[in-house]
Design a protein around this ligand. Sequence first.
Ligand SMILES: [Zn+2]
Length: 175
Amino acid sequence: MRLGHRYGGRMALSHDVTLPREQEATFPDRCVACGTEGPEDLYTVRQRPLSFLPFLSPLFSVFTSKVEASAPACRDCREECVRQVRYRSLLSFVLLAGVATVVIVWHEQLLPTTRGTRKLAFLGYALIGVGPTILLDVFAPRAFDITARKDTVDYEFRSESYAEEFADNNGAAVE
Ligand SMILES: [Zn+2]
């Protein structure tokens, strides 16, 4: 297992396979979430340029060419995955909006007056705002996600065996 690289580091506990961007990925005929053979549906994910701010990605997708991938999934699993993404987007929005509101309203009480410590305090509040969402993504990885780079796409799977089968299908290796 490798500690995935969505956040620039190698943190997420996902199993990643990197393919060239122009390569059409071939998925195993199994549900990407539960592994059931021959699932009836597809779970589609799109590139999220700022994965810790998913609710902002519609704004940014205007400026980036969209990359998407569809993995086989049972209908129930697909719905569960979609719901999870929505909950996490909502959570990150509520957290950030909440922290921002608290800091704006009570800044006189919350922010130190000297410049250096003020910066530190801002950093602290930003961490409170995005930290929980990042931790969730790292320690409870999504069943399937992608991270598009300039020339490559990382396919990130929660299941190690699924990632291995995917890598075999596409002449690549699990990182
Ligand atoms: Zn399933």
